[in-house]
Design a protein around this ligand. Sequence first.
Ligand code: T3D
Length: 263
Amino acid sequence: MPNQFVTIARTDGVLCLTLNRPEVLNSFNAPMAAEVQAALAEAGRDPAVRAVLLTGAGRAFCAGQDLSEVQSGEGGPAPDLAAHVRTVFNPIVRAIRGLEKPVVCAVNGVAAGAGANLALACDFVLVSSQASFIQAFAKIGLVPDTGGTFFLPRLVGLARATRMMMLAEKVTAAEALACGMVYRVCEPEGLLAEATAFAHELATQPTVGLGLTKRLLNGAFEHDLETQLEAEATLQGEAGRTADHAAGVAAFRGKRPARFEGR
Ligand code: T3D
């Protein structure tokens, strides 16, 4: 069945997912979340996919949860938001972090609530100079989710994360770059081309090695030094058995650029 809310395009080794509900700033309803989850699972299964690009249609990247979908009517029964977060957002964050291929996010406009934290879960975040991030949760009496309390303090430090999350401050693209939240700020009209070119570049790199690097980075703030040293040794063993390692060393010795096949 064709997707309704996520446009998927595949060029060379890059799978591009575009959140496509522009009339509500690409906020998440359950079907859109299911389509994102399915596309990320497919990216993991398909060895021909060597990088993923995530962006939004229209003027926004993503405004988080569609607030008209989960009814919190005054006086009515409280919705089960725990269950909602567990089934809608958590699987997406796990899929992005567990996908052993680079995930690039092109933040084309405002990224609010779960939309902001979705971007922060990605490996590389390129933003339009017109984009902004808002931890909008505090404005509606909720707590940050979608991994925000995990990623944001690690990226910007506890004090800044507290400010952004408790005050729901709007963070401009320039501020996001200055405090280490994002990788690159682009002109709005050039963002998609730049992010696409960057994702294609990543897709020509030694995919297995990058995936194993991501696995190590996922554990970097959790493990003690001994654990991390041992993990590096084990995964170096794996990387050392890849064809791309052999190709890289041969290219170095031959003083020519390497051609990596992602295996
Ligand atoms: O429920 C659970 O599972 C709990 C988990 C929640 C995770 C979350 O993400 S909670 C946070 C939810 N998101 C928000 O609170 C953000 C709400 N949106 C905004 O604050 C603003 O829209 C923005 C700051 C993002 C952008 O402002 P602006 O002025 O550029 O646009 P706008 O006029 O507010 O929005 C344009 C349209 O999109 C508008 O519809 P209309 O009036 O043209 O028919 C607006 O209602 C709609 N829209 C924007 N965000 C959402 C939305 N509709 C539904 N849900 C949204 N989140």
